[in-house]
Design a protein around this ligand. Structure first.
Ligand code: 7TS
Length: 419
């Protein structure tokens, strides 16, 4: 028995929720249950999402926006229905501001290759941060090499938060056109004050892109309250399928932006001399989209909204408090990032004398799935002066006994390495 207790009661019946996620009931190894703690990489899917995609393929599979026939009308209605659900979920002003992409990565690249390509040039400055996922670094580096603007990265403070004084100075002294940063870190769990940063950026005449890959699945989001110009996230991290993501953009910006990919659906008319573009959002959705995935995403949004994002966030805060308490009992283990109150449901750590990859392999033997490595955040690990971390990340279906299983597996790893 451990002496650590939950600080507060959990807000809902987790076992009832777990019953809806088939993967969670598979044995990881014969006789060993799965403890899935790799939710920052991707989340598991509830039956409602799996069955909605199955139903589309079985009952009304057709292309969207094209056919006059009944099947295509049903597929188009379901596809466009998701756009409306997503609009409401993040409180966008209009469903025209919701563009379907393949994921956060593609959403960021879309902004770089359209808004960025049209608006950034020599002398301009883009501000990012050292804690970014590679998607929000490399996309800008590729464009900077071509366009000749510079990129500055907001440094970390000792507590794992961003140094906003540095941002303030740059916004005052430099020709900053864009601030692009993550809402919640996939390694440190740091929740960045994006609404405050948006108002700082706007006061300096800059735009702001928020990478919401690790926030939208875990907390209530209001893109208008944040006043984000662009907001990117992925379906697969929010109990939806892979292959679909979202780019929210303010209507006037999207309307002024040139298209990125050319093809079907994104045009108004085509002749051999040139073409004109469809209205937003279709201007940015060239070709047959991931129809089943978009439909599945709609059911994922229904699922999360039905549970209530504030309840999900509370559950995760309690889980994070508990996990950090329990991990702090382990001698030689270092957790990176802020304290539980300012942190998303992520605990990235190193354990004295054991490489994170070895640790992850031993945990896997015990049924505990975590990720090890740089988590697509190499500059962050460089800033922390480490090569890699092991990372446990929690979601709406994780339980305190699963944290206990993680801790027990960590003690076992220590025993193995002590021999
Ligand atoms: N931004 C953040 C903050 C992320 O955590 C991720 C994925 C991405 C962007 C890219 O999302 P994608 O859906 O386009 O791939 N993060 C992780 C992770 O932490 N482990 O695996 C994927």
């Amino acid at each position: 028995m451990n002496a650590t207790a939950l600080h507060r009661p959990l807000p809902y019946d987790v076992e009832a929720i777990r019953a809806e996620f088939p993967v969670l009931h598979h044995e990881h190894h014969p006789g060993t249950p799965l403890v899935y703690l790799d939710n920052a990489a991707t989340s598991q899917k509830p039956l409602a999402v799996i069955e909605a995609m199955d139903d589309y393929y079985r009952s009304y599979n057709a292309n969207v926006h094209r056919g006059i026939h009944k099947l295509s009308e049903a597929a188009s209605a379901a596809y466009e229905g998701t756009r409306q659900k997503v609009r409401k979920f993040i409180n966008a002003g209009s469903k025209r501001e919701i563009i379907f992409t393949r994921g956060t990565t593609e959403s960021i690249n879309l902004v770089a290759q359209t808004w960025g390509r049209a608006n950034l040039g020599p002398g301009d400055v883009v501000i990012s941060t050292v804690m970014e996922h590679h998607a929000n670094i490399v996309s800008w580096q590729i464009l900077a090499a071509e366009k000749g603007f510079s990129i500055r990265y907001i440094p970390l403070q000792a507590d794992g938060t961003l140094n906003l004084d540095v941002l303030r100075t740059w916004l005052r002294d430099e020709p900053v056109k864009l601030v692009t940063l993550m809402h919640v870190s996939n390694v440190l769990g740091t929740i960045n004050p994006v609404a405050e940063i948006a108002s700082m950026a706007h006061a300096a005449g800059a735009k702001i892109l928020v990478d919401g890959a690790q926030s939208v699945p875990h907390m209530p989001i209001d893109v208008q309250a944040i006043n984000a110009d662009f907001f990117a996230f992925s379906g697969h991290k929010m109990v939806g399928p892979t292959g679909v993501g979202i780019l929210y953009g303010k209507r006037d910006l999207l309307e002024a932006m040139p298209p990125w990919m050319g093809g079907g659906d994104m045009i108004s008319s085509v002749n051999l001399e040139g073409s004109t573009w469809n209205d937003i959002p279709f201007k940015f959705e060239a070709g047959t989209p991931p129809i089943a995935e978009v439909i599945g995403l709609g059911y994922a949004v229904d699922y999360l909204a039905g549970m209530g994002m504030d309840k999900i966030h509370l559950h995760e805060q309690i889980m994070t408090e508990y996990a950090l308490d329990r991990l702090s009992e382990i001698p030689g283990l270092t957790v990176y990032g802020p304290q539980a109150a300012q942190k998303g449901a992520v605990a990235a750590f190193t354990y004295e004398g054991i490489h994170p990859h070895d640790l992850a392999a031993i945990l896997d033997n015990e049924g505990v799935a975590v990720r090890a490595g740089h988590h697509c955040a190499m500059p962050l690990h460089t800033a922390l002066k480490i090569n890699a971390t092991a990372r446990a990340s929690f979601y709406l279906y994780n339980t305190p006994p699963e944290v206990d299983a993680l801790v027990a597996a960590l003690y076992k790893a220590k025993q193995i390495f002590a021999v």
